[in-house]
Design a protein around this ligand. Sequence first.
Ligand code: SF4
Length: 319
Amino acid sequence: MENLILEIINGKQISKDEALILFDFEIDQLFLVSSKIRKKYKGNQAKVCSIINAKSGQCGENCKFCAQSVFNKTDVQSYPLISTKQIEDISTKALESVGCFGIVSSGNYLSDNEIEKLCEMFKKHKKVSHLSVSIGKISDKNLIKLKKAGIKKIHHNLETSENFYPNICSTHTYQERVDTIKRAKKIGFKICSGGIFGIGESLNDRINLAFTLKKLDPDSVPMNFFMHINGLPLCHLPVITPIEILKTIAIFRIILQSPDIMICGGREKQLRDLQSWIFQAGANGMMSGGYLTSGGRSIARDKQMIKDLELELDIDMRE
Ligand code: SF4
């Protein structure tokens, strides 16, 4: 076992079988490698991003982990796309303290009209290069409009492995998600794509997700951990433990090597006192200030954690 750790430290690119074996390692053995790889690519820097749920609920897709699907009987608040003025004000304020701000909407797509309105606002937005957009399926025509309006990054999660995906969503396919990412990349966007863990997937599914992401070569990989929100059909599943989360983060860093790894939904609830260990595990950032349908820690508190760890806050996520 120790040989594999030494080989990875010396630059070995691991296979899927070897990645699977890493789950049997002690957490401190994994930390030795994962923190070294993080430092190699990210130095001493830590990133913080934040999002707004610009259009909430009433989604016609049936993702079993999501409180916004009409198929799941949750009491999540529903509202149509908020005004572009609100998005502009909230994002401008947030970007005083975080490096990247994501505009997220529920549903599998936004209408041409909604995209048009957003683009008009983006063209005037002083910090448009710090914004990312997460709006599900999108045509090439609308991607080009967003690009011309100054948006540099598209967020679109793969969520899990291709094999497991039909178990959590049947209203659209995994291939559609992969195609959206490929089209956005071809048009010249930076890609933010990751997944959610603790939704009944096997360790093998996690490894397959990491290798699929590696092929797509995203700039940023958000990792979410399932939250047991009342009404979700996956609430019977066991809660993923903090050590298992940290091992998963470490193995993603070892496989993916260079992209940003951002720890997002479920961080506070599932990691509890072990939140600061995400950096040892190889993450170099986190989402802060709350999630799509649930609250989180304040940005000030997360920035204090970064300071206490003697990491430097990377506020400027522009290229
Ligand atoms: S994850 Fe997105 S597409 Fe799936 S139900 Fe939730 S809002 Fe809809």
